[in-house]
Design a protein around this ligand. Sequence first.
Ligand code: ADP
Length: 218
Amino acid sequence: MKKQFAIIGMGRFGSSICRELFHMGHEVIAIDTDEKKLSLARSFTTETFVGNGTDESFLEKIGIRNFDHVIVAIGDDIQASILTTLHVKDQNVPNVWVKAQNDYHHKVLDKIGADRIFHPEKEMGSRIAAYLTSDTVLDYIDLSADYSIIEMLATKKVAGKTLIELDPRKRYGCTVIAVKQKHQVDVTPDPAEPIKEGDILILIGDKRDLRRFREGEL
Ligand code: ADP
């Protein structure tokens, strides 16, 4: 379903989100105080507006309240990011996602009702560290400080075993929620089907249990 997004701040983070959403077929408008940033984004936006996110009347004028999602991707200017978020929340936008610079910024954003808070540099750092330290972790999503969803590569060691034999829920306390083979994702994997080398197992669980599974089985 086509959604409407407004992105405030067309730095590296804002513009890369913008490009992805636009190529997924969504309607995306870009807002920035800097006209040059907007002209670079013109090929992957539905519309662009020069303006300041901290200016409440500007946000009203462009009808920010009509968007399903607003992403505040203002970089270093923490005060502007907070004020912009506050105005957008005041306009009752249901999903306001904000890029945070540090933990204090995060705390304030949380207090004023940001629906989702990103730390792209930190998140990317943890991701890269996970790839660098493991041959079998392909990707992961942190659900909380303790829980993750993780994509793991099935090695020779696990090949030929079935999910019944592995029994990750009982033995490790984590659950296989899908098995990926090339471009196919099977969300109801047959527990009696042997796993093949190169399959990708998608598991959910406590991080420590996921690590135990990986170290024990892969
Ligand atoms: P990144 O690390 O994602 O590249 P930047 O700090 O380089 O972040 O970019 C942030 C963008 O936000 C810049 O293009 C800047 O012009 C824009 N910006 C900063 N303050 C405001 C504001 N108050 N309203 C709208 N856009 C802003």
